[in-house]
Design a binder for this molecule. Structure first.
Ligand SMILES: CC(=O)SCCNC(=O)CCNC(=O)[C@H](O)C(C)(C)COP(=O)(O)OP(=O)(O)OC[C@H]1O[C@@H](n2cnc3c(N)ncnc32)[C@H](O)[C@@H]1OP(=O)(O)O
Ligand SMILES: CC(=O)C(=O)O
Length: 522
């Protein structure tokens, strides 16, 4: 199986994403993770760009493991200068890495309009810059910026720029679809031509995603002979992003039979994707191919019924190959198969077929019609199922609840909740204050229950979300409340729905405590 060199540019091109700004510590953490997983190159940044990147390279230079794999990025020398006088090239030489990635202009439009120089001077800039870096003992990867646009408009000149880089000693020619506007068949034909023309160097691909083709363009480039792929974790990058390595790498490995990362690293791909999104402070994209939370989530009853017989019916690969997992969702689109699957998953010994199952499904669908959403509130779903079983006993029952809220001009909100509950054969009546009605309710419920269930002290509200379900009904709209609760060991989500936000909150809160107590008892 042919090896395809894997080159990550999350820390350079990924850092060009709107909203992402890595600290030096972030960059070091991500670089270490990538090296540990067997990425061949990790592009660290542009040492001539800013003090942060310089500091990063200072740390890399002192780390023998990172030094081997981290590359520094920069441009060819400025027009009409000598490489020895070019500040950018000097920084690349002195930053302590062994490999430098140099980008140069391929498209005549860029040479004349962006650089404002002659075609000959650009060839000299490429040739002299690469030769200078080689003289300093560096490996040079040459990124041909706008290769595909240049090749389309002036193929002879585009190829001449590559020739300039190769003749000066570049070991890899990376063809960049910088504007991300190329189609896969254009990429394939151009890559084939370059691979034929430059048989002694490695040809690579660097694709942007402006037409949604970055992954496809990367894969076809490899099919056409490229053996070096550049991309970013989660497809982060300028504008619409770069080729997502979380899709490129499993495609090349599992679909096309190439060697990329070590096999054992694939089972950590989901972990890598989440780790980088956490460090970048970007919410993970659930529908992301291979690694997204929904990549192997099944909702429709027909799908669930089939995957329970044969997972390949609705899964293109085994999710565990990339460290993902199959999930079955319960909703109004569920059939008995979803129920059966969930009961097994939750280890619940309840009937999944027959009359009880039909009743559970009917209740679930009716509640979803009213606005409940169980796929994101699995704790409430489990309680719904348990309540249908014989012998289920609720840990507490509400007798009555009253909440008073006082709001004074310019003063703080003051709320007081009075609650009457039945716990077994005892009735408890208590009141508590809070900074708002839900807080007062939470406090009153805790106060009433703690004497019976001390474990409640460990339960804490983690998140509280309200969504208006019918925007046209104004303040009379039905709302859905989702509450996430934790006890230091796990978290769970419950749901409530009502036109009254207090009632919806009560439902979600009561489910939350009930579920927590159930799990404590188990
Ligand atoms: C395709 C890519 O993604 S390339 C990477 C893009 N990333 C970045 O630009 C992030 C880092 N960049 C920076 O920090 C700054 O732009 C710097 C430090 C590199 C340069 O800053 P400045 O000197 O202020 O120049 P500025 O950013 O305004 O313009 C870029 C200059 O580089 C020149 N340039 C662009 N590409 C090249 C090239 N391949 N070779 C030589 N010069 C180039 C431009 O012509 C322009 O020069 P000019 O000012 O004489 O017209
Ligand atoms: C070099 C690079 O990042 C590009 O051309 O897109």
């Amino acid at each position: 199986m042919d090896k395809v060199v894997v080159y990550d540019t999350t820390l350079r091109d990924g850092a060009q994403t709107e909203g992402i700004s890595f600290s030096v510590a972030d960059k070091l953490k991500i670089a270490r993770r990538l090296v540990e997983m067997g990425f061949d190159y990790v592009e660290g940044g542009w040492p001539g760009s800013n003090p942060k990147d310089l500091e990063f390279f200072g740390q890399v230079a002192r780390d023998p493991v990172l030094r081997e794999k981290v590359t520094a990025f920069g441009s060819t020398r400025r027009k009409n200068t000598r490489p020895a006088d070019d500040e950018n090239l000097q920084r690349l030489c002195s930053c302590g890495v062994k490999t430098v990635t140099l980008f140069g202009k391929t498209w005549d439009l860029h040479v004349t309009r962006a650089l404002n120089t002659t075609l000959e001077e650009n060839l000299a800039m490429i040739r002299e810059s690469v030769a200078y870096l080689k003289e300093q003992g560096l490996e040079v990867i040459y990124d041909a910026e706008h290769f595909f646009d240049g090749y389309k408009e002036n193929p002879d000149y585009a190829l001449a720029t590559l020739e300039a880089a190769v003749s000066a000693g570049a070991s890899t020619l990376v063809l960049c679809d910088t504007n991300g506007g190329s189609m896969p068949w254009e990429v394939e034909a151009a890559v084939r031509r370059v691979v034929e023309k430059f048989p002694r160097v490695t040809v690579g691909i660097h694709a942007h995603n402006d037409t949604g083709m970055a992954v496809a363009n990367t894969v076809v480039a490899v099919k056409a002979g490229a053996r070096h792929v550049q991309g970013t974790v989660n497809g982060y990058g300028e504008r619409c992003g770069n080729a997502d390595l979380c899709a490129v790498l499993p495609n090349l490995t599992f679909k096309c039979g190439f060697t990329t990362l070590p096999r054992e690293s694939f089972s950590r791909l989901v972990e890598l994707s989440r780790y980088v999104s956490e460090v970048a402070n970007v919410h993970p994209y659930p529908q992301q191919p291979y690694v997204g939370m929904s990549a192997f989530a099944h909702k429709g009853g027909v799908h669930v019924s089939a995957i329970m017989k044969e997972p390949r019916c609705y899964e293109h690969i085994d999710p565990s190959l990339v460290g993902n997992r199959r999930r079955v969702l319960v909703s109004e689109l569920a059939g008995q198969s979803n129920l059966l699957y969930k009961l097994r998953e939750l280890n619940l010994d309840l009937p999944s077929q027959g009359e009880v199952a039909r009743q559970i499904l009917a209740e679930l669908k009716e509640l979803e019609r009213q606005g409940f959403q169980f796929e994101s509130a699995e704790a409430s779903f489990e309680l719904l199922v348990r309540r249908a079983a014989n012998g289920y006993e609720r840990p507490f029952v509400l007798e009555s609840l009253r909440i008073l809220t006082e709001l004074k001009e310019g003063g703080a909100v003051h709320a007081e909740a009075t609650i009457k509950l039945r716990v077994g054969d005892k009735v408890v009546h208590t009141a508590a204050e809070g900074n708002g009605p839900v807080n007062a309710l939470d406090n009153a419920l805790r106060k009433a229950l703690e004497q019976f269930y001390p474990a409640i002290k460990r339960m804490r509200l983690v998140d509280y979300k309200v969504r208006v379900l019918d925007g046209t009904a104004g303040t009379g709209a039905v709302v859905r409340v989702l509450i996430e609760t934790g006890d230091g060991q796990r978290t769970w989500v419950t749901v409530g729905v009502s036109p009254n936000i207090i009632e919806a909150s009560w439902q979600a809160l009561a489910d939350s405590f009930t579920y927590g107590l159930l799990k404590q008892a188990e």
